[in-house]
Design a protein around this ligand. Structure first.
Ligand code: ATP
Length: 436
């Protein structure tokens, strides 16, 4: 993890938030390559849900909602609280269920001091709306995006003239005052969710649950995630979220162990019936409350999953230069859809103005179509290594033959094959290879 974390910082993927002030509370900023990669992940998810599936429409609800929403959803009561224990000696706080069971469970994992009795700790982040900081003005930053979908159920249904079954997809920020954030961007207090709520008849809920479980596992595999490191675990009743009738956690094997990256839940009619009761609005469809099957993924956790899964260390020689032979080369084998930079443009040498001029022309030609990086600094071997390290799938090299024949070398990251190709055919060829 340390190697990956330092790579992400060095190459502009992820920076600690407010770093010049010493960082802040496990918050992170996505840098120039990070934002591209995260957008690619979100676009892949959005396109999977709204373009490839039938009957799914999108939504972008506000982060701030009426506090009554959180009353109705159960988030302000016990349902959304973790059990917190504190060390009486070093005063560090821990999530009770992370400390485990048995005799060691009342000892501080850091200093061995004794722990306080568990206290309920609500994860909602409070804020105030308007100019008075009193109880009446209190609201919360949303802890999950899906509540925005439930409260808009009839708006979407009626405006789009939908019939059951149908889905509503949304991507957006969520906030949780996690007791123990950590493992880099795995658990943070501000994060992004990619959630889809599928409304169906109670009778069909199990069938759709199975469908969505398979579809969601397939999404990760299709984007190159190692099958051996991905599993879907059925969660037993006593460990499920407060609203779930059935729950499958999709987990990935990180260097810090198997961890959830997405949940698929059968939420029954919990949400629509509770919002009906609390709002006084009838949220039934043809006389009954539809069931909801939810797929709830994290954009940041997906980001970490793709990154960790793609990370390779190759012992020397990949870039075929003598200086490389003894070095360990880092390769990010990111899927082409996820990779932030799609094409690197490299003049063979820097000190030949004609080559540099031509390479800049090629850069200008490709830039409107693909996220490109122009690089003329250092030997060609070093530059190949730099682009392998950020997972760039294609490199275009401009050499002396280019000046005579108007063709370039196209290098494929994975096969390392190099092919001559006419400049005028480059855009179409890359579009085909990158499937855009
Ligand atoms: P965990 O058990 O890890 O706290 P959860 O079961 O509470 O997660 P859900 O409420 O089901 O998570 O949220 C759905 C998804 O949202 C998770 O699978 C994860 O991808 C993402 N997510 C939840 N909490 C966080 C967080 N603190 N940081 C980053 N992503 C998160």
């Amino acid at each position: 993890m340390q190697k990956i974390i330092s790579l992400t910082k060095r190459r502009g993927f992820v920076f600690p938030s407010s770093e010049i002030y010493g960082g802040f509370a496990s918050c992170y900023d996505f840098g120039p390559l990070g934002v591209e990669m995260k957008n690619n992940i979100k676009n892949a998810w959005w396109s999977e849900m709204t373009k490839k599936q039938e009957n799914i429409v999108g939504l972008d609800a506000a982060i701030l909602m009426s506090p009554r929403v959180w009353q109705a959803s159960g988030h302000l009561t016990a349902g959304f609280a973790d059990e917190l224990v504190e060390c009486k000696k070093c005063h560090k706080r821990f999530k009770k269920d992370e400390i485990g069971r048995g005799s060691a469970s009342n000892k501080c994992p850091e200093c061995g001091g004794s722990l306080t009795k568990p206290k309920k700790f609500n994860l909602m982040m409070k804020t105030f709306v308007g100019s008075v900081e009193d109880k009446a003005a209190t609201t919360y930053l949303r802890a999950e995006t899906c509540q925005g979908i439930y409260v808009n159920f009839t708006n979407v249904l009626n405006s789009m003239r939908l019939k059951l079954p149908f889905g509503i997809a949304q991507i957006g920020k969520a906030f949780r005052n996690e007791i123990t954030p950590g493992n880099f961007i795995y658990r943070t207090r501000e994060f992004e969710q990619m959630e889809m709520q599928w409304f169906c008849t109670p009778k069909e809920a199990n069938k759709f649950f199975e469908y969505w479980k398979k579809a969601r596992v397939k999404w990760y595999l299709d984007l190159g995630i190692d099958k051996k490191k991905l599993r879907a675990i059925e969660v037993p009743a006593k460990e499920r979220a407060h609203y779930a009738r059935r729950q499958v956690d999709i987990e990935y094997k990180f260097p810090f162990g198997w961890q959830e990256i997405e949940g698929v839940h059968n939420r029954g009619n919990y949400d629509l019936s509770n919002h009906s009761k609390h709002s006084g609005q009838d949220l039934k469809y043809e006389g009954y409350f539809p069931y909801i099957v939810e797929t709830s993924a994290g954009a940041d956790r997906s980001f970490l999953t793709f990154l960790v899964d793609a990370y390779r260390e190759v012992k020397g020689g990949r870039t075929e230069t003598t200086e490389a032979v003894k070095e360990v080369e880092v390769l990010l084998k990111l899927d082409k859809k996820i990779a932030p930079v799609k094409v690197a443009i490299l003049p063979l040498v820097k000190n030949k103005p004609a080559l540099v001029k031509k390479a800049k022309e090629v850069y200008k030609l490709l830039k409107p179509y693909f996220y490109c990086q122009y690089d003329e600094v250092g030997s060609i071997g070093r530059r190949y290594r730099r682009i392998d390290e950020i997972g760039c799938p294609f490199a275009v090299t401009i050499d002396f033959d280019t000046l005579k024949k108007n063709d370039v070398t196209l290098r494929d990251r994975d096969t390392m094959k190099q092919k001559r190709i006419k400049i005028k055919e480059l855009v179409e060829a890359l579009k085909e290879k990158l499937s855009v």
